[in-house]
Design a protein around this ligand. Structure first.
Ligand code: PA5
Ligand code: NI
Length: 181
């Protein structure tokens, strides 16, 4: 049997899955409201990534699913750390499995935009584009991703954060630009 993915849960149906958990305490400096972030127990799970075992090297692909919990730090929705690829020119495909949220995309020039993520949505992330998932819904947001194993992750280039943040303000989902420097 080839590996599969269960749409209802977003989980892989395969053996030897590798799982990585990212907790609140791992996301230093990621959320806008530092006091609210400090108030969260550091062990609070924000997201988990499941990966299929796959070979490494030029021409190979990684396949993973991200399960991003619903919730907020202060008014800001839970999100992944977000990254550029170390090999900037390498792209990626995301596929929505369950839940609803946003994929935040940002160019190297700092231009940011969103795509709506929902069950069945397909997102082609071009090369040279940073990406972050944001869960604006009330259930787990799960998305499958496929990317070249040579791509790598560059988190450091986004240490200042993305140009847009997403909050629940007055009962509405609102994106706000962020001034840095
Ligand atoms: O390859 C990807 O883009 C995803 O699998 C992400 O790594 C995953 O969503 C976790 O996000 P981050 O790597 O930004 O913590
Ligand atoms: Ni990526």
């Amino acid at each position: 049997m080839p590996p599969g993915v269960a749409f209802a849960s977003g989980h892989f149906t395969a053996e030897n899955i590798i799982t990585k958990t990212t907790r609140s305490g791992d996301l230093v400096g990621v959320f806008h409201d530092e006091a609210a972030w400090r108030a969260l127990p550091a062990g609070t799970t924000i997201y988990q990534v499941e990966m299929l075992p796959s070979p490494d090297g030029e021409g190979e692909l990684f396949v993973g699913t991200t399960h991003l919990n619903p919730g907020r730090v202060g008014d800001e929705f839970y999100m992944t750390r977000g990254h550029f690829h170390q090999r900037r020119e390498q792209g990626e495909v995301y596929f929505g499995l369950r839940g609803s949220g946003l994929l935040l995309l940002q160019s190297e020039q700092g231009e940011a935009r969103f795509e709506q993520v929902s069950q069945g949505s397909v997102h082609i992330i071009p090369g040279n584009t940073a990406h972050r998932l944001i869960n604006t819904g009330s259930e787990v947001l799960s998305a499958l991703a496929v990317w070249p194993t040579i791509a790598g992750h560059d988190y450091a280039s986004l240490a200042q954060g993305f140009a847009l943040r997403v909050f629940l303000w007055e009962g509405e989902i609102q994106a706000r630009g962020v001034q840095y420097g």
